[in-house]
Design a protein around this ligand. Structure first.
Ligand SMILES: [Fe+2]
Length: 137
């Protein structure tokens, strides 16, 4: 199997890191294909061929989402962020602010402490300690 795209010696990478790499590279390829198909469809003057290209584009979206779901099921960090951001309705930067305001050890970040992003209740383990500690302690 190719080690293209690895940024450290393969023998130093864990099985988990290699699996995540495979998923991430696959998602990148699927998203690139989505972009290619859409551009080709825009540029295509034959209506029937354009529909085929758009159909193929949607299949690549499906492939990308399948691999994203694999990431969610197999990596708690991905799962955490997906739970925070995906399928929410509030402005995305407000979702981030609310999430940071609820982080353990934070100063609240201006939040009222009583609200949570949609779908984000009961999440555990997220911390911004490495950012907010700033060398203290
Ligand atoms: Fe695909």
């Amino acid at each position: 199997m190719s080690s293209e795209g690895l940024h450290a010696p393969r023998e130093r990478l864990s099985r988990e890191t290699l699996s995540l790499h495979h998923a991430i590279v696959s998602i990148m390829e699927e998203l690139e294909a989505v972009d290619w198909y859409r551009q080709r469809a825009d540029d295509c003057e034959d209506a029937a061929l354009r529909e085929i290209l758009l159909h193929n584009m949607r299949e690549e979206m499906e492939h990308a989402c399948m691999a994203l779901e694999w990431l969610r099921r197999n990596n708690p960090d991905w799962a955490e962020y997906m739970q925070t951001y995906l399928f929410t309705e509030a402005p995305i930067t407000e979702v981030e602010e609310e999430d940071m305001g609820r982080a353990p050890g934070s100063n609240g970040g201006g939040g009222d402490g009583g609200s949570a992003p949609a779908g984000g209740a009961g999440r555990g383990g997220f911390t911004i300690g490495a950012i907010s500690d700033n060398g203290e302690g």
